[in-house]
Design a protein around this ligand. Structure first.
Ligand SMILES: [Zn+2]
Length: 175
């Protein structure tokens, strides 16, 4: 080997050809510009796995809970009518809220979340409860619902009710 064109391996100091990618003596990789370099190969594989995982998670998320989302069309569901019944059951007092939901969108919704605000006879807010109805409201349709609330105060603290629909899930979603 011509000593003028040779370089030394940084690992074992063996004189080797300048273009050598692997030291012929100690088998160390001398360049990062090759996917055959095991370190570059591992890093490239990790990057591919990370990108694939992000894609699969995004796809899974869109399968489980596909758009459009209820937050993007919060007026899609409206409570047409609702009544409240206070009952003493063997399991303690319960408030049953029944009503009619109307769906003014072209998307079927399910797992509808209600925010129930209760007011006492003096008009003050006395309690609040988030209830969920598992019935489905088809696109451009009406649906009756009943949700059960466990009261924590006396019956007179539940004189008046205001219902707000806070969330729902697109029926096309999995689970
Ligand atoms: Zn070497």
């Amino acid at each position: 080997m011509n000593p003028e064109t040779a370089k030394n391996c940084p690992f074992c100091q063996e004189a080797i050809r300048p273009a050598a990618k692997i030291c012929p003596r100690c088998r160390q990789w001398l360049t990062w510009r090759s996917f055959r370099n095991p370190f570059v190969g591992v890093i490239a594989m990790l990057a591919i796995v990370a990108v694939a995982a992000i894609c699969i998670m995004g796809l899974l998320q869109r399968t489980i809970n596909p758009p459009p989302y209820y937050v993007d069309s919060p007026a899609a569901l409206q409570v047409l009518d609702s009544q409240m019944f206070f009952r003493n059951t063997t399991n303690g007092p319960r408030i049953y809220i029944t009503g009619i939901l109307t769906n003014q969108s072209q998307i079927a919704w399910r797992e509808i979340e209600f925010e129930c605000r209760f007011f006492g006879t003096n008009g003050n807010l006395t309690d609040a409860y988030t209830a969920r109805s598992y019935s489905t409201v088809q696109a451009a349709d009406d649906s009756a619902f009943r949700v059960t609330v466990v009261p924590v105060k006396d019956a007179q603290d539940y004189a008046k009710l205001k219902l707000f629909i806070t969330n729902a899930r697109n029926k096309k979603g999995l689970f």
